[in-house]
Design a protein around this ligand. Structure first.
Ligand code: FES
Length: 605
């Protein structure tokens, strides 16, 4: 491992590390625009200049392009290096708008940071600025080409990393343009990462522009709930409105990026139709009163129809904390059924895949990226869990073979089509992985693993906490709702964040729904109690590989301060709790209800 000195600090790093990375490893920051850990080096921006004082290389060098060598002595503060970086910033700012105070990227712009850090404040060049016409890139991404500093990060990400073909770089004389050949919606399902990766504001999230400054944001580490991969995110909110979601790095999971589904599905949290108030028999009431009413109604139903006439129904989208409490509630009630799935087929498939993945055979997204042989087996990763397709592409870029068994499936990489698993040379691979979903023939993979002990499986489940809910399902012997309703004994359903088809609720005399979505059960329920969305609570999901990940509360629950009418005024009345702010996490409601039932059975209520 080469040893070098950076700003008088001895550093020892692995062969192949660049001087910029070596400096970062000892917390010495070097300005950079074009270099990105996921994209590597391009040498395009020239702002990472350092002075090499001693050793095999001398003089001003670009630290992102230079691999470390034994005996190097590097200065990041040498006056010559500082002057070079200052000059680069000044050149970049010749054409860049000087409008930080009113720019929508202000406060989260790398160019702004390095311009201020480098001390550039006066524009000495008095010529005309080069300007560009912007393109319409769809409803999610705003294009502002005048801010471009030609770092090439966007096109390197879009084409090389993500495999997109409808966006690129075009040049004519001194003008370089990053956009589409013809304007129109970006086609890549990963296009939103342009927003994160652009070091200035050429690409911004159109859904959140001009809504708040970086320092106004409510933010917390979170986990994406929109598929079972558990990609790490940072949701951004202000005044109880979820404004946007950005990627959060986790090397073992999503690495640096997220898909557009995870990034642009924020409106579900701000939906005006969300249940915001507790309702008992069409009358709005407080949460405590609704819980008491539910406890009494449970007793009534049992008295009227006999014990075991109530089904407690959860789902795989509820956080693990609530899923764990559901069996306790079912036990206290003496429920006739505990359910986490709607159909028997869904139940059987989910449990079978859980069994297959429970013996340390699960492949993480990092495993997929590092695999040398990937089999896409009867699933559609780009639609079911887009970042899994992205992981397969990274493996393919590094030389892995990708085999496809299935019809009509597109992937962002070259594939070899096969008709059966036997056609794939798994034995020749060192790190083979099969990507499948719950519809897979589990016995087949089980048998295959006996003969290929190094084979790993990435089994895609349908929802964020399918794995965790399935574990509770397996431990408690939960059944599907379809089975529970078969003999007609169930006369009451308590649905907790459960997506029950309206047809199954038909003819059930009593329905209670605890949810934050306007699900069918909420429409049919006599008692509705609002729960919090994942960004309004602390909790955890267990992803498809069995990885438990915590998410933190980003914002308080309640109607956004701007009100539900986008042109309306916030409520004028003074109150201690925001309108709709009574919602509680499902686990907290369940714990309270269990206590009420306990007190009742001991004659304390
Ligand atoms: Fe080194 Fe751009 S970061 S040249």
């Amino acid at each position: 491992m080469p040893k070098l000195i950076i700003d008088d600090i001895p550093v020892e790093v692995a062969e192949g590390t660049t001087v910029l990375e070596a400096a970062q490893s000892v917390d010495i920051p070097i300005p950079h625009f074009c270099w990105h850990p996921a994209l590597g080096k391009a040498g395009a921006c020239r702002v990472c200049a350092v002075k090499m004082l001693e050793g095999p290389v001398k003089g001003i060098q670009m630290s992102c392009m230079l691999p470390v060598q034994e005996g190097m002595v590097v200065s990041t503060t040498d006056p010559e290096a500082v002057a070079m970086r200052r000059a680069v910033i000044e050149w970049l700012m010749i054409n860049h708008p000087h409008d930080c105070p009113v720019c929508d990227e202000g406060g989260e712009c790398q160019l702004q940071d390095f311009t201020i850090a480098g001390g550039h404040g006066i524009r000495r060049y008095s010529g005309k600025k080069r300007t560009h016409v912007n393109q319409y890139l769809g409803p999610y991404i705003e294009h502002e080409m005048n801010r471009c500093i030609q770092c090439y990060r966007c096109v390197r990400f879009y084409q090389e990393y993500a495999g997109g073909t409808d966006f690129g770089v075009m040049g004519s004389a001194g003008r370089v343009y990053f956009g589409r050949f013809q304007e129109g919606q970006l086609e890549s399902p990963f296009s939103g990462n342009l927003v994160d990766i652009c070091p200035t504001g050429v690409f911004t999230d159109k859904t959140a522009r001009f809504r708040a400054r970086y320092w106004d944001y409510d933010m917390a580490p979170s986990v994406c709930p929109h598929c079972s991969l558990g990609c790490n995110t940072t949701p951004v909110a202000r005044y109880r409105e979820l404004l946007k979601t950005v990627a959060r790095r986790n090397e073992a999971v999503n690495d640096w990026f997220i898909c557009d589904r995870g990034r642009f599905s924020n409106s579900v949290v701000n939906d005006p139709l969300r249940p915001r108030r507790a309702v008992v028999d069409s009358r709005e009431t407080g949460v405590a009163e609704a819980l008491e009413a539910l406890q009494l109604r449970i007793r009534d139903i049992e008295e009227q129809y006999g014990p075991g006439s109530i089904a407690v129904v959860g789902s795989s989208r509820m956080a693990q904390e609530a899923a764990e409490l559901l069996p306790q509630l079912a036990h206290r009630i003496g429920a006739g059924a505990l359910c986490f799935s709607t159909t028997r087929k869904e139940q059987v498939e989910t449990l079978a895949l859980l069994e297959l993945l429970s013996a340390g055979r699960s492949a993480s997204q990092q495993d997929v990226r590092n695999s040398d042989c990937i089999v896409i087996y009867g699933c559609d990763p780009l639609n079911e869990a887009p970042m899994m397709a992205m992981a397969a592409r990274q493996a393919w870029r590094a030389g892995a073979k990708v085999y496809l068994i299935g019809q009509g499936i597109s992937l962002p990489c070259e594939v070899t089509e096969c008709t059966a698993l036997e056609d794939v040379p798994l034995a020749e691979a060192e790190r083979p992985i099969i990507i499948c979903n719950v519809s897979v023939r589990v016995e087949l993979l089980d048998k295959l693993q006996e003969s290929h002990s190094h084979l790993k499986i990435a089994g895609l489940f349908p929802a964020a906490n399918s794995f965790g809910a399935a574990q509770v399902m397996r431990e408690t012997g939960a059944i599907s709702l379809e089975e529970a309703l078969a003999d007609g004994e169930i006369k009451g359903i308590i649905a907790i964040e459960a997506d029950i088809p309206a047809a199954l609720l038909d003819g059930i005399p009593f329905v209670a729904a605890l949810d934050w979505l306007a699900a069918a059960a909420v429409q049919a329920a006599q008692i509705v109690i609002p729960t919090t969305a994942w960004v309004e609570m602390d909790g955890s999901y267990i992803n498809y590989e069995g990885r438990a990940q915590q998410f933190s509360k980003v914002m308080n629950p309640g109607v956004p301060i701007k009100g539900l009418d986008p042109n309306g005024h916030p409520p004028h009345s003074h109150r201690t709790v925001a309108p709709g702010g009574e919602a509680l996490p499902a686990w907290q409601l369940l714990a309270t209800l269990i206590k009420l039932l306990d007190d009742d059975s001991r004659g304390l209520s």
